[in-house]
Design a binder for this molecule. Structure first.
Ligand code: M6R
Length: 617
């Protein structure tokens, strides 16, 4: 949820940290801070931190204070989980004599008992955050061990929960310029440079400086100096971690002149879909490059487990998988799945969907599935993410980095990959043969989807007009049937998330069982209709809400059809295979939400109260 960065080398550490934190600000932006080792002065460690975003807070502090001369430091951008988002609770945190400073991502679950114990030993706490217990544990063990690495290993023995933690020591007390760090259930990567090394919770933070990265494993500790990186386990045993060359270009993570990342990412969808299919689909044949899927003949149930938008991708995929594989399939919300004690075992295939690959509830569900010996597949956008590493099989969406909090291109590439997998697996099963024509039809349609998407994005006039109408209201409704209901769910989430307009999605036939009471004169209703067998029913549902005064905009692949005719406005989407329609409807509704949010002057890429990666349960 938060972002951390560390630097040791020859550059101005303050500059490197500030630039890195800016690139991580999408992970959390309640406050930001840095700790810089100041070798020239008697201060030792200079800690600068401030509530608010980087521009308004930390950057001003750095301009006012003297940050020059330091070549070692750590930084953090925070999304509050414990304690208010204020200066006091901002990271880095220090022990009392400011001998060491520390930044942390994650949650220490047993922080209260540790706080009590450490207070009893005389440690004084100055913040409300769980992280501070690690500072005092470090202080405690540093006295015994005299060595930062060992003190961190001893401290971590006490911690329950998730953490990526990085520590620096005042140069006045330290033998060497070093950063030590540890990870458990929170991502941490090392960037390797020449006479300099980097540490970060996410690769984009260090991409301007190096592409050579080392992903740390759970339970790893690392010690970085300017010319050395040592990875070790809690017993001190050294371990090697492979060095990966990251392909992402730093400019890919910039806005390219778009006013918002969200718009850039929406418009990147045609290219992202091509990238998702690249090397995987050619001449109607699917090649998943050596992925070893479980024997589907033995599978009795398929679950898709995910949160938020990724859950909607699972909902859209489940009916197609069920039909093509002839195996019951259902989508489950990550934060609910574990607690309802699902029947799991070797005959249950569980597919985890996550843009980040780090969402805590989805990750915990994956751990449960692994414990229960379920075969697992993970669909994610982030190479080397925790889910990617733990699942039996991983298939990457290859959408490129997504910075805006709202999922756009990662949602539609998830859909595409899940539809591709359904066709691929369906064709392999003896009892799936009855649907081989459907598989062939869908696979044949896939290569031209990106061009249809370009056409949709080339002319968004009707979407803009509908957005103007909706932006004036505080409430809205999204209705659809079957797959269109799933698109309605995703459309309302996007609208709420970035424009702050209250929106509710309903299966169109369900409105009259209660919610219809809320339909009043002028209220906007987005009615989605792309499923041929449900068009007549949808037309009646449109009639029902219009009769109560609703203003209806139809989102449909039949702009001359009955649903469109009975509506006040129409947003046309390409006429493709009905099973693939969530791709286009998803895009049209992203644009609708985006346009409404622009009209309402909302902070689109960083909606209030939200973060890109939700690594707390
Ligand atoms: O990284 P994940 O896909 O696991 O994230 C899950 C949700 O937090 C995410 O899909 C969220 O709902 C979207 N950012 C909303 O646009």
């Amino acid at each position: 949820m938060c972002g951390l960065v560390g630097y040791v080398g020859w550059r101005d550490a303050a500059e490197v940290l500030l630039a890195g934190l800016r690139r991580l600000e999408y992970r959390g932006y309640d406050s930001a801070g840095v700790a810089l080792a100041d070798e020239e002065s008697e201060i030792g460690l200079r800690v600068l931190k401030k509530a608010g975003n980087i521009d308004d807070g930390l950057e001003k502090l750095l301009k006012n204070g003297s940050s020059n001369g330091s070549h070692l430091g750590i930084g953090h951008t925070r999304w509050a989980t414990h304690g208010e988002p204020n200066d006091r609770n901002a990271h880095p945190h220090t022990d009392c004599p400011d001998e060491l400073a520390l930044v942390h991502n994650g949650i220490i679950e047993n922080h209260q008992s540790l706080r009590k114990w450490l207070s009893g030993l005389g440690h004084e706490f100055t913040s409300d955050v769980d992280t501070e217990v690690i500072c005092h544990l470090m202080e405690h063990y540093l006295q015994d061990e005299g060595d930062l690495s060992q003190a961190l290993a001893r401290s971590c023995e006490h911690l329950e929960g998730a953490y990526a933690v990085a520590v620096v020591q005042s140069p006045l007390g330290a033998n060497e310029r070093e950063i030590v760090a540890a990870r458990k259930d929170s991502l941490l990567v090392v960037g390797l440079g020449d006479d300099e090394n980097f540490l970060a919770s996410d690769v984009p933070a260090i991409l301007p400086y190096t592409r050579r990265v080392m992903y740390l494993e759970n339970g790893d500790f690392v010690r970085l100096t300017a010319d050395d990186v040592t990875v070790f386990r809690s017993d001190g045993r050294r371990v090697d971690r492979p060095v990966t060359e990251v392909q992402w270009d730093p400019v890919q993570a910039q806005r390219d002149g778009y006013p918002h990342f969200m718009l850039k990412e929406i418009e990147e969808q045609p290219a992202a879909w091509e990238s998702a299919l690249r090397g995987r689909l050619s001449g109607g044949e699917v090649d998943l490059q050596g992925l070893q899927f479980p024997a589907l003949e033995d599978i009795e149930h398929i679950y898709f487990v995910a949160c938020g938008t990724s859950y909607h991708a699972g909902m859209a995929a489940a009916p197609l998988w069920e039909r093509l594989l002839q195996i019951p399939a259902s989508a489950e919300i990550g934060s609910e799945f574990r607690y309802r004690q699902p029947l799991l075992g070797e005959d249950t295939l569980v597919v985890f969907i996550s843009q980040s690959g780090e969402t805590a509830d989805t990750l915990a569900s994956l751990d449960l599935a692994i414990e229960e010996n379920c075969p697992t597949i993970c669909v994610t956008n982030v190479v080397g993410s925790s889910m990617a590493r733990r699942a039996d099989n991983v298939i990457y969406t290859q959408a490129g980095p997504e910075i805006s909090v709202a999922s756009t291109k990662t949602y539609t590439t998830q859909l595409l990959i899940l539809f591709l997998l359904a066709c691929h697996l369906g064709r392999q099963l003896p009892h799936g043969q009855q649907h081989s024509e459907t598989c062939d039809r869908l696979l044949a349609a896939m290569p031209s989807l990106s061009d249809l998407e370009r056409q949709l994005l080339n002319d968004t006039t009707e979407i803009g007009s509908a957005a103007e109408r909706i932006a004036d209201w505080e409430d809205s409704f999204f209705i659809g049937r079957g797959l269109d209901y799933v698109s309605a769910l995703e459309g309302q989430l996007k609208l709420k998330e970035i424009s702050y307009i209250h929106a509710e999605a309903y299966p169109a036939g369900e409105l009259k069982h209660g919610t219809m009471a809320l339909i009043e004169e002028g209220v906007p209703v987005v009615a989605i209709s792309t499923q041929p067998q449900l068009r007549d029913k949808m037309a009646s549902n449109v009639e029902e809400v219009r009769a109560r005064g609703a203003w209806v905009v139809a989102v449909t692949d039949q702009p001359e059809g009955e649903v469109a005719r009975r509506s006040d406005a129409v947003i046309p989407v390409p006429d493709s295979e009905p099973e693939l329609s969530p791709l286009f409807v998803g895009t049209a509704l992203q644009v609708l939400a985006y346009r409404a949010a622009v009209l309402r002057d909302c902070p689109i890429d960083k909606p209030r109260n939200l973060a890109k990666s939700v690594t707390v349960e």
